[in-house]
Design a protein around this ligand. Structure first.
Ligand SMILES: Cc1cc2nc3c(=O)[nH]c(=O)nc-3n(C[C@H](O)[C@H](O)[C@H](O)COP(=O)(O)OP(=O)(O)OC[C@H]3O[C@@H](n4cnc5c(N)ncnc54)[C@H](O)[C@@H]3O)c2cc1C
Length: 389
């Protein structure tokens, strides 16, 4: 049986690993973190992820640990006017979404993989990947608690999958990552506590000058607050919490009303430099040699968080890669052919959707476009919700 190494053991990596196990393989997974670990996320799990989690065999336990049902998203423009998206428009079988902390979701997946007998090496950072002449890959593994004077460990594989996420930067050779261009955005997340019981479980999304943010209830009195902001605005991130809210999401009148009587519950998590590649830049943003890696989830494409479908995309790409690897190995195909077939299948399944999502980005930023579009959008929402997912 060929050796398969998966770098990164979050959603995309685990979906790929578990699906490969179901198809008869024993991939080895390395992740630099020890699970459970905190991860910045909106913590909104859309219904498009449910059939995938069901195939992976974890849907029932995810549901048992989640808060919900989340029946709709209220999308507020900068003036505080709402558009409603009913989640029954996205998936008929599951007319609701769920809210779940990422540390819980990722931990459920990795423990399920271990129960299936998969080797998941935690706190093991992949520091380099090399392709040998005989077409095998060698990866260098640095155990987080290892004695740094000892040589790094190495592992070999015929198939290498990069699931290291948006900032993973796994390269075949040591190419410096290309300089990010454009408007730099950062992600900020924290949990907030409400003084009163929350009346509903719905996701509320708020647009404001310089960014957007979502508030997703995760219990009857707490919610997850997650924002994408211009880097310059993020500099205002300081206590008191109220001042930070006023400078950011609180610029939206509906959010400022919603967030009165709240306090921060725990630390902020932040992530730097969220530059969303356009769909037509797929695979072009890294060195040409590196484009030849099978990349899944955010390591391939970062889906704009406003769609709430990044987690489903990560799961789906991981599973798609597993199925294409299986077919390729059965047909005794070379890694490069398998990689090319995966890329083709990815484009067929996702590219139109990603292009369509990109068309909506200007709407997130321009007040004038929002003023024009908001009155026109309600009758189109069922169709848009369906197509965007
Ligand atoms: C602000 C924001 C809010 C979001 N909110 C939502 C939401 O509400 N709903 C939704 O569906 N999606 C949301 N997303 C998108 C979602 O978080 C991502 O699409 C998803 O996490 C991608 O999963 P992944 O497995 O591809 O990568 P990641 O989750 O980033 O996982 C990568 C893994 O690789 C490991 N790793 C990295 N480098 C190495 C290395 N060198 N060696 C070993 N391991 C390594 C990391 O430890 C990590 O576990 C949001 C994204 C952002 C930025």
């Amino acid at each position: 049986m060929p050796n398969i190494i998966i770098c990164g053991g979050s959603l995309a990596g685990m979906a790929c690993a578990i699906r490969l196990k179901q198809l008869g393989y024993d991939p080895v997974i390395f992740d630099k973190s020890r699970f459970p670990r905190k991860k910045l996320c909106g913590e909104f799990l859309g219904p498009d992820a449910f059939p995938l989690l069901q195939i992976l065999g974890v849907f029932e336990s995810v549901k048992a640990h989640a808060y919900g049902p989340v029946e709709k998203t209220l999308f507020y423009n900068q003036k505080g006017q709402a558009l409603t998206i009913h989640h029954r428009w996205i998936h008929r079988q599951w007319p609701y979404a769920l809210a779940i902390p990422r540390e819980t979701l990722d931990n459920l997946l990795i423990r399920h993989a271990q129960d299936l007998g998969l080797q998941c090496h935690e706190q093991c950072r992949i520091t380099a990947a090399i392709r040998l002449r005989n077409a095998k890959f060698v990866v260098e593994v640095l155990r987080e608690e290892a004695d740094l004077t000892r040589p790094k460990e190495q592992a070999e594989a015929e198939i290498l999958v990069d699931a290291t996420g948006r900032n993973g930067n796994l390269f075949l050779q040591a190419h410096p990552p290309p300089k990010a261009q454009g408007n730099h955005r950062v992600g900020i997340q924290c949990h907030v506590r409400f003084n009163e019981k929350l009346p509903q479980k719905d996701l509320a999304m708020f647009l404001f000058p310089g960014g957007y943010g979502g508030i997703q209830p995760i219990s009857s009195q707490t919610a997850n607050l997650c924002m994408m902001l211009d880097a310059s605005l993020a500099k205002s991130m300081h206590d008191p919490f109220r001042d930070f809210i006023t400078a950011t999401i609180g610029q939206n009148p509906a959010a400022s009303h919603y967030l009165t009587n709240t306090s921060r519950d725990g630390d902020f998590s932040t992530t730097a430099n969220i530059n969303l590649p356009l769909a037509n830049q797929l695979q072009k943003r890294k060195h040409p040699d590196d484009a030849a890696l099978i990349r899944v989830g955010d390591a391939l494409v970062t889906v704009d968080p406003f769609t709430g479908s990044g987690m489903a995309h990560a799961l789906e790409t991981g599973m798609l890669a597993a199925e294409i690897i299986h077919t390729g190995l059965q047909n005794k195909q070379d890694y490069r052919i398998i990689q090319a077939q995966y890329q083709q299948a990815y484009r067929r399944r996702f590219q139109a959707r990603l292009h369509f999502m990109n068309r909506f980005r200007p709407l997130l930023e321009s007040t004038q476009l929002q003023n024009l579009a908001w009155p026109l959008l309600p009758p189109l929402m069922p169709l848009l919700a369906h197509v965007l997912r």
